[in-house]
Design a protein. Structure first.
Length: 190
């Protein structure tokens, strides 16, 4: 029988748990995003273009964010801020009335995700065990996939039962919960 004991310290557990909420929130919308774009009057091409706005903004922001993460002392606050801005973006989805506005929101979310990611990696890396780094990064990768699976199922269920706005509010709440938790966490823990 395989040994699945990964040996995660408290800081890594906190980082994985809070990041799982962010990953779940994104995964809740991903498989049904084109349906939402259609609902607000967009086409499949518009879904692709707004997704492109997300990725383009993330690409540009990542260049700046990596340099910034190397200079700041409290990267966990950048992580919390990124989570909060993503949550704000999800709340703004409830107000979408055009594809242009949707593109701007996607760019905001992409920028926020790219801004927190290098800081997340810096904090996570700081708490890795030298002899268990592969397993501990593997834990993050595993959480990523489990979050996508769980989020996809929950997202479709929520939209089917309650509609897109309920989904966006739930997504935002997950992000805000993670942001608030990290923000108020004693600095010595991360």
């Amino acid at each position: 029988m395989p040994n699945f004991n990964i040996h995660l310290n408290k800081a890594l557990k906190i980082m994985l748990g809070t990041n799982a909420f962010i990953l779940i929130s994104g995964a809740m919308l991903a498989p049904i995003y084109a349906l939402f774009v259609d609902k607000v009057g967009g086409s499949l091409l518009d879904a692709s273009l707004t997704g492109g706005a997300f990725a383009f903004a993330a690409g540009i922001t990542t260049i700046v964010a990596g340099k910034f993460a190397d200079k700041i002392k409290q990267n966990e606050l950048i992580v919390a801020a990124g989570y909060a801005v993503i949550g704000l973006g999800y709340l703004l989805f409830t107000q979408v009335n055009s594809v242009i506005f949707l593109s701007l929101i996607q760019a905001l979310i992409g920028s926020a995700e790219a801004f927190y990611s290098p800081s997340f990696d810096a904090v996570y890396s700081k708490h890795l065990s030298v002899d268990r780094a592969g397993r501990q990064w593997g834990a993050w990768e595993s959480i990523n996939y489990f979050s996508m699976s769980f989020g996809a199922i929950i997202g479709g269920t929520v939209v089917t039962l309650f509609g897109f706005n309920a989904l966006f509010i739930l997504m935002a709440c997950l992000c805000f919960s993670s942001a608030i938790y990290i923000y108020f966490l004693p600095r010595r823990l991360l």
